[in-house]
Design a protein around this ligand. Structure first.
Ligand code: ADP
Length: 536
């Protein structure tokens, strides 16, 4: 067991790994996001809370609409910790809905309005979700979502009146939200996180991205789509310091020049993007350098940040901090920050140090500490650790295990590999399994394979990623079936998948093989298939 193995390391080393590397110390948050927001809104009702295009809502207006929605949910029979789906576009209504759900003691579940109906229903069923808050198209939603659910309209006209907080008592250990991510078994899995983990993460973002210092001048770009937990901190963190969030439309993000203009004109002070977007941004700004106004911190997350990008960033913006943020949806979003003010000397960019109240371990396959500096699985413990996967005891048991070093606590196995650097920073070394990133989305290749195997006529399937330099990586599916005649056409396969999974999970190419190639130990030879995909 783990204790036996720990004894192979010196006491000092064990102590260093368990305590010395645990980062900053801070009080565990003993409040909820909406309590803090309510206090600030009460003190400063006329300050700007949220901007979108040329409109704004004050703290008072946002709070009023959130209170309206909280009351509507409670009147409709919402019980504490019941899931509430929010089917909305990014905007004022969405922001009020998030706060309203939390004020009512519910669990926020974002529903991407562009997802296939089958996917939405699967998430709502898994989350045993009976309530939906929907933006202006609420009739469409009533049609799209089975009729036994209560669909309440959100409304994004300027709030009037002065509805007060329903004052539902919410414990820090209560569930706050659930995000569905791709699951390798073929069904999406919903990771549930708690209020304490949420607030702890928000406080870390507030401190590390300069929001505390900027106070009412803090403006965070709300750029992430609602299926990402990133969107939650981009909304909520500035609202805890009297700052504001600025919704940046997808069309603006797609046009780098327009995004830069919005950063400058909107006096955005903090933003978070994925490395592939940083690459696009840099390419444009190197062509035509522009000052970035009030921007003081840019965080990059979701994928390894290459040193080259950091070097190029500081060549243009030596005074704007870059933060490599690392974490996972299951642990309340980011759990480690590497704050960069210049290009690192190492040939990689570390993922930094733990956030306050987060413990990070590097463990072997028996969940014992590896010697300091050796590679192992990255595992998180502390306030960040979420509840697990909604209605999925089996997958929860596999990923959320008892913490052998902190009795009574649970820890989360990321499936990522890493190693400690001598200075207490962590190096990210890659993944154990087949989780990949496509345009920023987290995708399990196994999920697509299982979906394909479920199509009548398909016997077996393997999906690989084809990376062509300078282009978006694309998915290539290989499948086997009975005879040529009974195997579905590529278009039919595409249609089947499109009805089940988001567009970014539908392979670009389908290719039929007599049989899938195997490696010496009988596994599908993905390396060979990847090479084959490159020739198609
Ligand atoms: P989040 O929603 O917190 O951004 P996801 O749950 O979508 O994270 O994805 C988590 C996985 O993404 C991690 O387990 C890791 O494999 C990868 N990842 C996230 N951030 C980084 C990073 N800064 N560097 C390398 N990989 C990262």
């Amino acid at each position: 067991g783990p204790h036996h193995r720990v004894s192979l390391l010196s006491r000092q080393e064990v102590a260093a790994q368990l305590y010395g590397l645990s980062g900053r110390r801070a009080e565990r948050p003993d409040a909820t996001v909406t309590e803090v927001f309510e206090r600030i809104a009460g003190q400063n009702p006329d300050m700007v809370a949220i901007r979108h295009r040329d409109r704004l809502w004050t703290y008072g207006e946002l709070n009023t609409r959130a209170n309206d929605l909280a009351h509507a949910l409670i009147d409709a029979g919402l019980r504490p910790e019941a899931t509430v789906a929010v089917a909305a576009q990014r905007g004022f209504g969405w922001a009020a809905a998030v706060l309203g759900v939390l004020k009512a003691g519910g669990v926020y579940l974002p529903v991407g309005t562009n997802l296939p109906d089958g996917r939405i229903t699967a998430c709502l069923e898994a989350g045993e979700c009976r309530f939906v808050l929907a933006d202006e198209q609420s009739e469409t939603w009533t049609r799209r979502i089975a009729a036994d659910r209560t669909v309440l309209p959100i409304g994004d006209g300027t709030p009037v009146g002065a509805a007060t907080d329903p004052l539902v008592p919410v414990r820090p250990g209560q569930a706050a939200y659930v995000y569905f991510t791709s699951g390798s078994t073929g069904e999406p899995k919903g990771a549930v996180c708690e209020h304490a983990g949420l607030l702890n993460h928000l406080y870390a973002k507030i401190e590390d991205m300069g929001l505390a210092e900027d106070g009412p001048r803090a403006v965070v770009a709300q750029s992430a789509s609602l299926g990402f937990d990133i969107s939650l901190w981009q909304l909520a963190a500035p609202l805890l310091v009297g700052g504001s969030t600025r919704i940046v439309d997808t069309e603006v993000l797609q046009d780098v020049d327009a995004f830069v203009t919005e950063i400058v004109a909107g006096r955005i002070t903090a933003a978070q993007i994925v490395p592939s977007y940083l690459e696009v941004l840099l390419a444009r700004l190197e062509q035509e350098p522009r000052a970035l106004g009030a921007l003081r911190a840019l965080s990059v997350t979701g994928e390894p940040l290459r040193r080259e990008l950091v070097r190029r960033w500081f060549a243009l913006y030596p005074d704007i901090t870059l933060i490599n943020a690392y974490g996972a949806t299951e642990v309340s979003d980011d759990t480690m920050h590497e704050t960069l003010t210049r290009t690192p000397e190492t040939d990689f960019v570390p993922v930094g140090r733990p956030l306050p109240n987060v413990h990070v371990y590097v463990l072997d396959e028996h969940l014992a500490l590896v010697p300091l500096g050796s590679p192992g699985e990255i595992i998180f413990s502390g306030v960040c650790v979420g509840r697990g996967y909604v209605n999925d005891a089996e997958r929860t048991r596999q990923a959320f295990v008892p913490d052998p070093f902190r009795p009574g606590a649970r820890m989360y196995r990321t499936g990522d590999f890493g190693r400690w650097l001598p200075d207490g920073r962590l190096e990210f070394l890659g993944r154990r399994d087949e989780q990949v990133r496509l345009r920023g989305f987290r995708v399990e290749l196994g999920e697509i394979e299982n979906r394909l195997r479920a199509v009548p006529g398909v016997r077996d399937a393997a999906v690989v990623i084809d990376r062509v330099a300078g282009e978006h990586p694309r998915l290539v599916a290989f499948h086997t079936g009975g005879s040529e005649a009974t195997v579905p056409e590529n278009e039919a396969l595409r249609a089947e998948l499109s009805a089940e999974v988001p567009a970014y999970m539908v392979p670009a190419f389908f290719h039929r093989l007599e049989r899938l190639p195997l490696t010496g130990n009988g596994k599908v030879d993905k390396r060979l298939l990847t090479r084959l995909a490159g020739t198609l």
